[in-house]
Every structure is written in C-alpha cells, then in structure tokens.
Design a protein around this ligand. Sequence first.
Ligand code: UT7
Length: 336
Amino acid sequence: MTKSVKPMRIAGVGYSVPKTVVTNDDLTKLYETSDEWIYTRTGIKERRVVSGNESAIDLGFEAAKQAIEKSGFKAEDIDCVIAAASAPPQLYPALACNIQARLGIPDFVPSFDLTAACTGLIYALQVARGLIGSGLYKNILLVAADNNSRLVDWEDRGTSILFGDGAGAFVVTEAEDGVDDILALDVRADGGIGQYIYMNMPGKNCPLVEPCDEVDSHIHMAGRDVYKFVVTTLPNYVDKCIADAGMKAEDIDYLIPHQANQRIIEALQQRLGYSDEKVISNIKYYGNTSAASIPIALKEGVEKGKIKLGSTAILCGFGAGMTWGAAVVRLREGIC
Ligand code: UT7
C-alpha cells in the first residue's frame, strides 16, 4: 500500500538573543585566558547572555512570535508546538508549554520538548515532517531556546568560552501547493559516545538508603574528542545528505551550519568547495547558542543581506548525545 506523505513548507522564521554582551576580554576577569586564544581556536569574539530573571522562555517567546508573524498564521492556527530545549530554565513544564501559554496558542494544543542538544532543531524538523506528512497536524511551531550561560561552569575555561544564549523558531505547515521545502532530511545519534558532552540533573537518593555520589550539574565537554568526532564524521555525512536530495554541492546556494567552532565550519566549507559568500557564520558575535544557532544564522543572514531568499540551503548540526543531522531545504521568499 502506498503511504500518503504530505509535503511540508517552511512558512516563517524568527530569532531572539539577549542584549547583554560578554566579550573575550571580559572573560579574562574570570580565569586565565585571552581574546587571542579564544578567537584563534573558535572564531568567537563575544557571546550574549541572559541577565536578571530573563530566560530561554522569554527568548523563545520572542523568536516564536516573529516566526508566526512571518508565516502569516495566527497563534490560534498553530496545532502543535515542539521545543528543542537542552538547557531550559525548567525541565517541566516543558519550554513548549510555557511558550504555548505565553503566545495564546489554544490551551489544548499538544506541546512538548525534545532533547537533542545542538541538533535539536533538525530533530524537530524531522518529527514535524512525520506529523505533517501523516496528516496528524497541519501548522507546527518549532522553537529552539537555551540559556546555556546558566548551566556552564564559569570556572571551566575550556567549556564556558564557547556557549551563548539565544532562541530561534520555525513555523512549518502542510505545503498546499504540493512543493516540498524539504529536499533531504536525516538525523542520527550514537549514545555510545554520550560522555563527550553531558549535563547531570542534580539530586540525592532517598535519605533511608545508601547515598549516591554527589553530582555536578554543569555542562561538561571533552572538547578535543568532540572536535575530532565532528571533523571526521560531518563532512562525509553532509555529502551523503546532498546526494539523498539528488543534488550536487554546487546546486545548493548556502551552507548554514550549527555555530560551534569556526574551524569546524571551515572544514565543512572546504569539503563542499564553497566560497565564503555561500557559508553563513556569525559565531564571532554569538558563540554556540545550541539548537538556536541555525535559525539565528539564517534569519540574521537574510537581515544582513548575506542570504537571498528564493534559494536552497544545507543546514547541518551536531551536539550532545552525540547527535547529528542535516537537511537540504528550500528557503522561500518572505519567510524571514
Ligand atoms: O555544540 C557543542 C559542540 N562542541 C564543540 O564543537 C567543541 C569542539 N571543540 C573545540 O572547539 C575545542 O576543543 C576547544 C576550543 C573547546 C578547545 O580547544 P583545544 O585546542 O581542543 O584545547 P584543549 O582543550 O586541548 O586545551 C589545550 C590547552 C590546555 O592546556 P595544557 O593542558 O596544554 O597546558 C588547556 O588547559 O589550552 C588550555 N586552555 C585554555 N587556555 C587559555 C583551555 N581553555 C583555555 C582558555 N584559555 N579558554
């Protein structure tokens, strides 16, 4: 029996970052480091961080509001909310539930978080594709929002230099014109190397039993292992995703990668043989904003005139899990 798979359209994109900037020079007040060390190894000059009671919920709300406005839908048209959240202010209620309520999305609409760290938005696209493709839901809001700055260990100079806070959002919908914006999409995971990046939940055993070891609930990362894994895995993987779309690298207009390290972005650029104009990088100003980094790079790229819509792009990401994923997508006019 042939399955009915409905095509999906990317209808709107939004992003939001906090106003507060922490530069590499600012970090020299916390530990021994330098702008030169950080910039040459990562491409990062500064990152944005939440302050006071601001959180990923506020950032996610703003990004989602923009994405809905751009999509031409109203909050009441959204029939499912999926949030990619790995460093949210609360484990529950889910970030998606917080955003559903703040936006006035009807109070029965299913809303849930998924945890795929920095690959979260590509995982959310894959889940949404299944839900829209099967006809279960029609207009899905995808939000990626993390306040990493609350969860890094500000005494760990190997990890805290990398992360920043931010949010990004997509509205995806059934493509009623029959044109699928998803030309290829794939997500993967290898839990066997999960120890490369992890964050424990805090907690203690019941006082009536033997105590468990004290846990540290900061983000931990074996930076060198992550780096090696990504540069050996991702370029081949991205090639495969492009082939799955029935395309060649030169047929695609832009590479919009997860912003984790400029050297990783350059390794992908080299493999694809792309000129600088085709590669979207804003890591210099935001650091690694986890799953939000791709929509932030996309929308900011359009605002700054680096990306022209009515084009195609390859999105690719990787993160804790380890997870990774890539999508070849159509970027229609008017989505940003
Ligand atoms: O979405 C999350 C994905 N994560 C990533 O993509 C991370 C990928 N990995 C990386 O980007 C790099 O591994 C880092 C930028 C995190 C680190 O660079 P590295 O070249 O791998 O440095 P390292 O951790 O091997 O450390 C080299 C040296 C060490 O000193 P010794 O032991 O050689 O004396 C560190 O203590 O650099 C030292 N170091 C620093 N020095 C100045 C580590 N962090 C710093 C720092 N400033 N901030």
